[in-house]
Design a protein around this ligand. Structure first.
Ligand code: PMV
Length: 341
């Protein structure tokens, strides 16, 4: 019998962002989204199951920390709820407890998708520890139900596409909204240079933020433009047209942040430093270096480029006073098992 599983799963950077939920309960997006798994921003989650259903423990080793620390009661309760939901879905009847040890290779809650890497890893770990065999699409849909919808995009390999889902009833909607790989890691040599301007944890998490999105006066506008952008980015990706691709990812970033800043209460994730780096990225292009920014729910900036420009971009941003450190990422595999005991 399996009692312990160790899983590694990447964070992902969205090129078409998911913001706002059509159904909070089913964690359903309004539209498709698209991302790349990150090689150097990941979580490693070790899940041990115990026979005492009341024994729920979790320890997290944060980025650069020397040791694991016990998680708060609220964090453990949230994970316990998800653990029991996945267990029910898998048809596991016996009561079980868990001991989780998790670690991150990057700052958490700083707009670099730490909940996506953690929950995608945890979902796979739960399925493995109970020795169940489900499809990748089902696994991805389950990860979405953690609340961190974008976790579903960290399950398949490389570049992944999250379908918004269609259906007449809850079961259909639940299963049809999942992510699948549209290209493997070696399809395109894109690089995501994550510029850490501030590693601190943000005040408002994405899950709280999604709730207000539809109230923004820009939300309807964003949705109107999205079908077109989604189609265009797919074409640019298929043709490896980086200029067109880059223009679209910046457009989508700005469109999402307009919604964030105009929802109630407003979410201003950018700082002055963020804006400086955005301007500097545009300036780089004027000098002939092909670099484009994208920003998730945080202050830190992801600069996307092709491998041929990576060194120039790293050298340039190393000298900029706003940048505290950098994490350089290449396309990566999705969630996978490292050890089973
Ligand atoms: O999956 P969540 O609830 O952590 O939300 C992710 C939201 C963004 O990172 C801002 C966009 C995205 O698609 O990753």
């Amino acid at each position: 019998m399996i009692t312990k599983v160790k899983v590694k799963s990447p964070a992902n950077i969205a090129f078409i962002k998911y913001w706002g939920q059509k159904s909070k309960e089913l964690v359903l997006p309004y539209h498709d989204s698209f991302s790349m798994n990150l090689s150097d921003c990941y979580s490693i989650v070790e899940l041990e199951i115990t026979d005492d259903p009341k024994q729920n423990e979790m320890y997290v080793k944060k980025y650069k920390a020397k040791k694991h620390e016990k998680s708060s009661k609220e964090a453990i309760e949230k994970v316990a709820k998800f653990f029991s939901m996945v267990k029910d879905y898998l048809g596991v009847k016996e009561g079980k407890g868990f001991i989780i040890q998790s670690e991150n290779s990057f700052p958490q809650k700083a707009g670099i998708a730490s909940s996506a890497s953690f929950y995608s890893a945890l979902t796979l770990a739960i399925v493995e520890v109970f020795d169940k065999n489900i499809s990748e699409a089902e696994l991805s849909a389950l990860a979405r139900l953690s609340g961190s919808g974008s976790a579903c995009r960290s399950i398949p390999t490389g570049f992944t596409w999250w379908h918004k889902g269609v259906g007449e009833n809850t079961t259909e909607l639940l299963k049809s909204s999942y992510a699948e790989s549209i290209a493997d890691v070696d399809y395109w040599d894109l690089v995501d240079v994550v510029l850490i301007l501030n590693p601190d944890e943000k005040k408002t998490g994405s899950q709280e933020g999604h709730t207000g999105a539809a109230g923004s006066t820009f939300f309807a506008d964003r949705l109107l433009g999205l079908d077109n952008r989604v189609q265009e980015i797919r074409e640019a990706f298929d043709q490896k047209d980086f200029k067109r691709f880059g223009k679209l990812i910046e457009e989508d970033t700005l469109s999402m942040h307009m919604v964030m800043m105009t929802q109630q209460p407003p979410l201003y994730f950018w700082s002055g430093k963020t804006l400086e780096i955005m301007k500097k990225t545009v300036e780089l292009r004027e000098w002939g270096v092909e670099a484009y920014y994208t920003i998730d729910a945080g202050e830190n900036v992801h600069v996307i480029c092709q491998k041929k420009d990576e060194e120039k971009i790293i050298t340039y941003f190393k000298k900029q006073p706003e940048v505290q450190e950098m994490i350089v990422n290449y396309p990566a595999a999705g969630a996978h098992v490292l050890e089973i005991a």
